[in-house]
Design a protein around this ligand. Structure first.
Ligand code: PMP
Length: 451
């Protein structure tokens, strides 16, 4: 707990909340504090976070008690309710508490112990990591797979290992921070194309090729965008890459396992299995474990990653327990049980979106495990998140740097095991909280709030 929360009665206290300053400002204002004292120059950030926490509008760094279930116990600053309907955890197919997954994890814990004993290149691999590489390669029809201890490391590692200073990266403007930071670390030649806009991508590709016939170009996008719940036209993107001698990388962190025929995600749904240059993903959304991978048809790319991707080479490998957990989740996700779980997940997504529409809300994107409610205003998003937590509905209020400034939203992540009753209750409470938050007094905008 950062601070003791101030008791709050939403019926009367929204004016006081607006006057407190806790609804103003944004993280961008504190990104680059000045002064030579590295230990103390972030003090204004600490004060701003503490102010927000005291007023119940700092929804980050909370603690989940127990597994990431649809009904969960959450502890955090200013949080009155402890038990609630949980849309703030990532476990799309509800596999984290699946008996077969727990059983596999416990068996391998007893067999191998709890940790990996080195980086993958130095005896950190296990029988289970080898089987996992094979299983991912088979699912994606992309046989050369490299594992990473986190999805973040897979994204950052892939881009930095493959791209050099004289190469180019063209990246979707809304791609995940792991990919953007990888691009920035790899080369100064980074341009963003408008979100899912293939015409803009073609324009940028042509512009580069007009002046640089020989440099490599990596085009980066996602199978399902984690804040927007939409997907690019993958066949067209891959075609454009071929036309301009570029390479396509698709991050399938949010769709692999959870969507598409047999759990093959957006790539399978768009008929592109085995036809995307490089596929990377994270296990943390659907496969009940930390970890990530990069898959490719070229064995030399795997070798390049093994030796030059920092998070693979210089970080301890996935543990055998993690590898066995993901392996078991993959087995379930690709079975008939997996089909049923995906159908339940999609039923929840369609139902929630329809009910929110009836409440007068607009969800962006399309039916998927991610349901984003775009509010725009940071202050309204903070108020809505706080009101919902008090009403025992946990969502993630997203603002900069998770999303652009002025594009704040509530993000809900669904699970196969959310019940229809939970979906109905949540939709009703979401409607009421969002209406209340949009009517609530706003802090006066100062020029400095623009970031
Ligand atoms: N890519 C995307 C699209 C993500 O959303 C995330 C996690 N939020 C990652 C990569 C990183 O994965 P992990 O958190 O498992 O390291």
């Amino acid at each position: 707990m950062l601070n003791e929360p101030i008791p709050f009665d939403p019926a009367h206290d929204l004016d006081a909340l607006a006057a407190s300053g806790a609804l103003g400002g944004n993280v961008a204002l504190f990104r680059q504090p000045r002064g030579r004292d590295l230990l103390r120059r972030a003090a204004p950030l600490e004060e701003w976070c503490a102010l927000r926490a005291r007023h119940g509008v700092w929804p980050y760094g909370r603690t989940l008690d127990g597994p990431p279930a649809p009904m969960a116990t959450v502890e955090g600053d200013g949080l009155a309710a402890r038990q609630g309907i949980n849309f703030a955890s990532q476990d799309y197919l509800s596999l984290a508490a699946h008996p077969a997954v727990l059983d596999a994890a416990m068996r391998v814990l007893a067999e191998c112990g709890p940790h990996s004993a080195g980086s993958a290149i130095l005896l950190g691999n296990s029988r289970y990591s080898g089987l996992l590489e094979e299983a991912i390669g088979a699912l994606l029809a992309c046989q050369h797979v490299t594992l990473f201890p986190t999805g973040w490391g897979a994204a950052f590692g892939a881009v930095t290992a493959l791209v050099h200073g004289s190469d180019h990266v063209l990246i979707d403007a809304l791609a995940h921070a792991s990919l953007r930071q990888g691009a920035q670390a790899a080369t100064r030649n980074v341009s963003a194309f408008r979100h899912n806009d293939c015409d803009h991508l073609r324009e940028l590709l042509a512009g580069i090729r007009a002046v640089d016939a020989g440099g490599a170009i990596l085009v980066v996008t996602e199978g399902l965008f984690s804040m927007d719940a939409d997907s690019p036209d993958l066949p067209l993107m891959q075609y454009l890459c071929r036309e301009y001698g570029a390479t396509l990388l698709v991050d399938v962190a949010h769709d692999l396992g959870a969507m598409g025929p047999g759990g093959t995600g957006a790539i399978g749904a768009q008929g592109m299995l085995g036809r995307i240059d490089i596929v990377m993903g994270a296990f943390s959304k659907t496969f009940a474990s930390n970890g990530g991978f990069v898959a490719c048809l070229e064995p030399s790319v795997r070798r390049q990653l093994q030796l030059f991707a920092g998070p693979h080479m210089f970080s301890n490998a996935l543990s055998p327990v993690q590898a066995a957990t993901v392996l078991e989740c993959l087995r379930i996700a690709t079975s008939t049980e997996g089909e049923r779980l995906r159908a339940d997940l999609m039923r929840n997504a369609v139902e929630l979106r329809a009910l929110l529409h009836e409440e007068g809300m607009r969800c962006i994107g399309s039916a998927s495990p991610i349901v984003p409610l775009l509010l725009g205003s940071e202050s309204a998003t903070r108020v809505a998140g706080m009101l919902l937590a008090r009403e025992q509905v946990f969502v993630n209020p997203m603002e900069f740097p998770g999303v652009p400034l002025g594009a704040a939203r509530l993000r809900l992540q669904l699970m196969a095991r959310h019940t229809p009753a939970q979906i109905r209750t949540a939709a009703r409470k979401l409607g009421a909280a969002v209406r209340r938050a949009l009517e609530a007094p706003r802090p006066a905008l100062r020029p400095s709030d623009q970031g």
